[in-house]
Ligand binder design. Sequence first.
Ligand code: CA
Length: 232
Amino acid sequence: MEQRHAPASQPDDALSVLVVEDDAGLAGSLVRGLSRAGYRATGVGTGRGALLHRPVPDLVLLDLGLPDLDGVEVCRSLRRRPDVAIIVVTARGEEGDRVVALDEGADDYLVKPFGLAELLARVRAVMRRVRPCGPGPLTHGPLVVDPRTRKVLVRGNDIALTPKEFDILQCLAVDPGRVVTRQEILERVWDAHWYGPTKVLDVHLAALRRKLGVPGLVETVYGRGFRLGEAG
Ligand code: CA
């Protein structure tokens, strides 16, 4: 029997996932798998369809090889909305596209072929990172960090951060006072298997501190890591 609809209707507060994939067979099986796992999943076959899709989904699974638009361009356009999580999908041999997409704000990537279990694990990890405590903003002294809108306020003033700076700050703001190690930040903000130099973190941290403009707010705990301090 042909199945035209998602197999199960999900509660309204279930996370919505938009599958952007022009291979109809693959798209169908991803939508079914995500629906069975409790997400409100729908599929579109074009980049234009992804950009026009309403309501805006919580997470987009974006195949970069699309028939109408350049997938990286689609990623960049989606990223203008700070509340959308993006996982890009590439075929083997398209590593360059993947790197560009990550630079353009994708939160993670998958390489085809991938299994449903791996997809679901990545979706959970990305959503944990993007919305660690549900939709509520995290506050600490003069600082407000909103994981849902990815907005940051210091004493009521909007602070414009890059995606990486925001992710670093969010790691610290989730549990102020707890020391977060360099490795933990690198794994959560960059990649689960980060083996590169940790200097990249210092560069982003310096920029983050400068933008926040509150001395002592991001504390270095020598030899251990970083935490939000009692500043302000
Ligand atoms: Ca494709």
